[in-house]
Design a protein around this ligand. Structure first.
Ligand code: PGA
Ligand code: ZN
Length: 423
């Protein structure tokens, strides 16, 4: 049972304050978690509690930390940490609001995850086994990564409008091989960009390149050239995924592709993306339209649904929003970010709804991350099939990749890599 909780204000990978906590069980086992934070956050996400005022430019989290050690600790004290649903129900009940704005989703998530880690410790199980639950069986699925190579939008000073151009190593047969293949593509892309005088020394928020490109399409052709330079065959060994993050350049009426000097309607943006997917080996498109344009998304699903059409800001890891999507046939895949909803139980519920509706699931880090590696265990334990963590560098990214490498190594022949995600 949960005995006590310790919490403190820590920093994330952007140097922004975040909530860290440690759950201590009565038997002495402990679990520690530090929560991540987004930059291009969706309007329907659960709310991070920030202090305002002068400390850390108003971004401090002392009030959230205080909520952890007072009301949240009081609520879950004595609860069996292995009963995640009950822990999370008590946390949510203590806040009482739908978006967790009272005690803060950052406060709630820190306890939810630390309790899961403490419980795994107490059971003597690796976290991925503990979160899989009873009846999960021995067969373990390592996720197909999508790895950021070129960044734009809110993560890289808006050199291009689309936020993320990623490589998907569809030809890899193990996680270790997948990671090396992506590393080679990143190196090849950096080399080509350097020769063309496009390279800047800057590294984007998720470790991606932020080259000085003059159009959105130029990012896609640069990535294809990078693959060729690396000896990686486009469309066979590796394909492209894009996070359009369209809400970021939507003014309420139009979409502004500043790099292309064009202003588009929703229909025109969908047609533009259809053109990109004809000309480039694209297998996944994320947030192709703004987060509340359900009718636009319906048309987009008709036009672009032959590739993976991924809802991030659209669904915000919210079971009700995903259910609305499933019922209306909107998109065909969901990005899962635990801090968008605030508890592991609800994030898990999103994975369950998606699996039942045959929507693909991509577990995702945030642009502001931490040194924690629990995201890797969740991807394996929940069998999400895919994971998105950023680039192959920066310790907050490699903490997750390194954990997946360790799990694959530890399982040996019992590890299965999710090769079938893209046909
Ligand atoms: P964020 O970006 O963490 O800044 O929201 C990640 C994404 O949009 O997928
Ligand atoms: Zn996104």
């Amino acid at each position: 049972a949960i005995d006590r909780i310790i919490a403190w204000e820590a920093l994330d990978s952007r140097g922004t304050p975040t909530v860290a906590c440690e759950v201590v069980l009565a038997d002495g086992h402990r679990g520690q978690a530090v929560v991540p934070s987004g930059a291009s956050t969706g309007a329907h996400e659960a709310v991070e509690l920030r202090d305002g005022g002068r400390r850390y430019g108003g971004r401090g989290v002392r009030n959230a930390v205080n909520n952890v050690v007072t009301v949240l600790a009081e609520a879950v004290q004595g609860t069996d940490a292995a009963d995640q649903a009950e822990v999370d129900r008590l946390l949510r009940e203590t806040d009482g609001s739908a978006d967790l704005a009272r005690v803060g989703a950052n406060a709630v998530l820190s306890v939810s995850i630390a309790a899961a880690i403490a419980s795994a410790q107490a059971q003597g199980l690796p976290l991925y086994r503990a979160v899989a639950g009873a009846g999960a069986g021995e067969d373990v699925l390592l996720p197909m990564p999508m790895i950021n190579v070129i960044s734009g939008g809110a993560h890289a000073g808006r050199a291009i409008d689309i936020q993320d151009v990623l490589v998907v190593p569809i030809g890899a047969t193990s996680f270790a091989e997948a990671l090396e293949l992506c590393w080679r593509v990143r190196a090849g892309t950096a080399e080509v960009a350097g020769e063309r005088g496009l390279m800047s020394a800057l590294v984007a928020d998720e470790g991606g390149l932020g080259p000085a490109l003059t159009s959105n399409r130029a990012a896609l052709s640069l990535l294809v050239d990078g693959m060729l330079r690396a000896g990686v065959e486009p469309g066979v060994d590796a394909s492209i995924a894009i996070d359009v993050a369209a809400s970021q350049f939507f003014d309420g009426v139009h979409y502004h592709l500043a790099a292309d000097e064009r202003t588009l309607t929703a229909d025109e943006l969908v047609d533009e993306l259809a053109g990109w997917s004809r000309d480039f080996p694209i297998v996944s498109l994320e947030d192709v339209l703004s987060e509340d344009d359900w009718s636009g998304w319906a048309r987009a699903t008709g036009v672009l649904g032959h590739v993976q059409l991924l809802g991030d800001d659209l669904f915000t890891t919210n079971p009700a929003r995903l259910q609305r999507g499933v019922d209306s046939g909107t998109a065909n895949a969901v990005l899962v970010k635990p801090n968008q909803i605030g508890t592991l139980t609800e994030a898990r519920e999103v994975v369950r709804i998606a699996a039942a509706a045959r929507y693909a699931t991509v577990l995702s880090a945030r642009s502001g991350e931490t040194e924690d590696s629990w995201l890797a265990d969740l991807a394996v334990g929940w069998r999400t099939g895919q994971i998105k963590v950023g680039s192959t560098m920066r310790s907050e990214r490699t903490a997750k990749w390194n954990r997946l490498l360790r799990i694959e190594q530890e399982l040996g022949g019992r590890a299965r890599f999710a090769t079938g995600e893209f046909g």
